[in-house]
Design a protein around this ligand. Structure first.
Ligand SMILES: [Zn+2]
Length: 69
């Protein structure tokens, strides 16, 4: 896989959970905002989506407000 220096330099340290689906695809779920970032058969596709992912502050706030009630 070719390296992409710009992405690598700017890469943020997010954590993503990978969940295998029965149809052979894998869900990538952001551990911060619990958004499903990508669904793919290929880890490389998940990694690309993960590198492009930025948590939505509105989603984070909604998530935390739900859990504080
Ligand atoms: Zn996120």
């Amino acid at each position: 896989m070719p390296l992409q220096p710009v992405l690598a330099m700017n890469r943020q340290e997010y954590n993503f959970a990978h969940r295998a689906n029965e149809d052979g695809t894998i869900d990538s779920i952001c551990r911060e905002c619990f958004a499903t970032v990508a669904t793919s058969q290929w880890e490389a596709d998940l990694e690309k989506a993960e590198q492009a992912h930025v948590c939505d502050p509105a989603e984070l706030e909604r998530f935390h407000s739900v859990h504080e009630k």
